[in-house]
Design a protein around this ligand. Structure first.
Ligand code: HEC
Length: 136
């Protein structure tokens, strides 16, 4: 039978392994994105754009795939490239499934690592030049 002491060691080990596991994309979203884009991803019009709907269509345009990574809120989040890749793909699947192209290629780690080296100084301008204005 387990002694109380062994039992507490098991609990400690379980707690430790849970803590050392990478956070899920949803948790990282809540920690690092929801402060501005809100828990439901709808943003805060007109200052913070919604993450619903339009991002799916951007996935066919290489410059816009990069854009999703290079906006300051994403590029500068204190998570590694792998976690950022997972968060953005999660946002795409969660809130943009209706607009994702057929045979949609999720963002890859290589793509995100390369794009993230450049942070957009003027995201709105880049968006207008490579896509279109924010919906008003
Ligand atoms: C400090 C506030 C803030 C945080 C935190 C933040 N964002 Fe943003 N995000 C913005 C703003 C503001 C914009 C509009 C572009 C700009 O001015 O940076 C934006 C734009 C975006 C866009 C482009 C949307 C579009 O339609 O043009 C994406 C994608 C995005 N953010 C994803 C994220 C992700 C993913 C995270 C978390 C890892 C995050 N953001 C964290 C404020 C934030």
């Amino acid at each position: 039978m387990l002694s109380i002491r062994n039992f507490s060691v098991i609990i400690l080990l379980l707690a430790f392994s849970a803590a050392s596991q990478a956070a899920t994309p949803r948790t990282n979203y809540l920690l690092y994105c929801s402060g501005c884009h809100l828990v439901n991803g709808e943003g805060n019009h007109p200052n913070v754009p919604t993450l619903h709907g339009e991002l799916g269509r951007m996935m066919t345009v290489p410059a816009m795939r990069d854009y999703l990574v290079q906006v300051p809120g994403a590029a500068q989040a204190p998570i590694d490239d792998e976690e950022l890749t997972a968060v953005i793909n999660w946002v795409l699947e969660q809130w943009n499934s209706d607009t994702l192209p057929e045979n949609f290629n999720a963002l890859t780690l290589d793509e995100v690592s390369a794009a993230r080296k450049e942070i957009l100084a003027d995201p709105l301008r880049y968006r207008i030049e490579n896509w279109k204005d924010y919906p008003h």
